[in-house]
Design a protein around this ligand. Structure first.
Ligand SMILES: C[S@@+](CC[C@H](N)C(=O)[O-])C[C@H]1O[C@@H](n2cnc3c(N)ncnc32)[C@H](O)[C@@H]1O
Ligand SMILES: Nc1nc2[nH]cc(C(=O)O)c2c(=O)[nH]1
Ligand code: SF4
Ligand SMILES: [Mg+2]
Length: 211
């Protein structure tokens, strides 16, 4: 199948458990919860997205005819003889609209640890190494297990503890970026202090000024 990818770039994972770890980001085009057009944001299910995932015109983006071609483009971003286990973070947009067993196998064949950032509305293929689910209020959460649950706060007054019964190794709150970022960060810190099952996830790449 052909994969539509907005951009492929090498940086540090900024968020969550793997924050600080070098990774190739593969940002798939399109999402099922927003068209990506500003004109549609207010009527979207997910209204706070910080990402441009429309089209295939970003750095390293394009249409990749098959899984091998896609994995080659990702592997080409990893430093030669750099050491360490290479990691790819499949994100978007919503990566699970496109990520399939063939793509995961092609990443694995090249030694990659495969991480995925998903909104949890699409069933994941098997053999993902790190699945991070970030639920969106107003959408139908069907993925109830994975490695990391990362809830952006605040969202519609929903208490993050309502996700605690789900089967994840790590529970995190991430402050919503935007005009109220400072207040949202304060709220997230207080929430973690009051609920020590939960850890803070910051978007460290934004503070560092890296992609
Ligand atoms: C752009 S999304 C792409 C992956 C997938 N569609 C999802 O929502 O998880 C990547 C991560 O950024 C988070 N995110 C998006 N907009 C944000 C914002 N304004 N503030 C904080 N986190 C945000 C999402 O919740 C998700 O964890
Ligand atoms: N550095 C960096 N880390 C990230 N972690 C998740 C991201 C995403 O957009 O999915 C992201 C991103 O866009 N940049
Ligand atoms: S689900 Fe993810 S990619 Fe889609 S609009 Fe929301 S944050 Fe953006
Ligand atoms: Mg991002």
């Amino acid at each position: 199948m052909t994969y539509k990818v907005k951009e492929i770039f090498y940086t540090l994972q900024g968020e969550g458990t793997h924050a600080g770890r070098p990774a190739v980001f593969c940002r798939f085009s399109s999402c099922n919860l927003w068209t990506g057009r500003e004109a549609d944001r207010e009527r979207a299910i997910c209204k706070f997205c910080d990402t441009d995932f429309v089209g295939t015109d970003g750095e390293g983006g394009g249409k990749f005819a098959d899984a091998q071609t896609l994995a080659e483009a990702v592997a080409a971003k990893w430093p030669v003889n750099g050491g360490g286990r290479p990691m790819v973070v499949c994100t978007g947009g919503e990566p699970l609209l496109q990520l399939d067993p063939a793509a995961i196998a092609a990443f694995h064949e090249r030694g990659f640890y495969v991480a995925v950032e998903t909104n949890g509305t699409v069933a994941p293929p098997p053999d993902i190494d790190w699945l991070c689910v970030s639920p969106k209020i107003g959408s139908d959460l069907i993925v109830h297990e994975g490695q990391e649950l990362k809830f952006v706060v605040p969202q519609g007054g929903v208490d993050p503890t309502t996700f605690e019964h789900l089967d994840f190794e790590s529970f995190r709150v991430q402050p919503m970026d935007g005009p109220d970022a400072a207040a949202n960060t304060e709220l997230a810190v207080k929430f973690c202090l009051d609920h020590p099952l939960w850890q803070l996830s910051l978007q460290t790449h934004k503070h560092l000024g890296i992609p």
